[in-house]
Design a protein around this ligand. Sequence first.
Ligand code: ATP
Length: 289
Amino acid sequence: MRMLNVQDTAGARPFDPDAPPSPTPLIQFDGAALAYGRGEGAVQALATTDLKVFAGDFVALVGPSGCGKSTILKLVAGLIRATSGYVFVGGREVGAEDVRIGMAFQNPTLLPWLTIRDNVMLPLKIVPGFRETWRAKRKGEYRERAETLLAKVGLAGFGDRYPWQLSGGMQQRASLCRALIHEPTLLLLDEPFGALDQFTREELWEILQALWMETRPTVLLVTHDLRESAFLANRIVVMSARPGRILVDEHVPFARPRTIDTTAEPGFVALGHRLRNLIVAARTAAKEA
Ligand SMILES: Nc1ncnc2c1ncn2[C@@H]1O[C@H](COP(=O)(O)OP(=O)(O)OP(=O)(O)O)[C@@H](O)[C@H]1O
């Protein structure tokens, strides 16, 4: 087990000049690389990578298909281990950390036999710190908590429905509630809005931004949508084609709360173009290699 030496990160700047300095990043990749499989058939998904994400930051990972974005999320979640190097979460090597994580994916993955409210409350039944009081609070405080969150995402009155009675966009709203109900320190989002139409997606950007501004979890968002990354994130990490390397780590300067009108501003449009050109160049370089 390797513990992170806080001295390693002394002097590193948090993303927001107004935020109090964070002595250690919540997430740190220290020369971490990942290959799937072994020997001749091994797939080098992620090249040797250094990355720091500070508490309260909102980082979007973008890049060509197959460049290792989801691999980074899996490494942070501890679902896989780095082939070489280290991944620290909360200052400890991943797996040993005591950090509360929330997750949402492209597919809402709600349990069909549970109501929307019970789906949303599920982490409270499982996660330490909540599960001990589950029986005592599930009909009172925890139910209230679920109802409050459902109302915030526009699902007031839908708690008694089952997932199949809701549209895809409504299910994704519920899955956001489930990801947030246990007040995670770290939120891992893998293309959570990828399957939705543009208008629903834009509505959910605003909802996610509002929820993030309220409790400021650290967010790692994987997305193919450059507008989405620039709307939501404080930092956009652009990756090369496989094996993924970080090409650019771009600060997103737009004031919050951002609105859909923000996406029409020249600075926003220019950022989107710049990122798009980088990704096109990365794809072309990969094809020519
Ligand atoms: N379990 C696995 N076994 C072998 N190869 C894998 C495995 N999982 C992912 N890969 C490969 O590793 C590379 C990175 O995959 P990853 O899912 O991280 O990419 P991604 O950037 O998230 O892709 P996309 O944008 O298409 O979702 C891809 O080439 C993928 O085919």
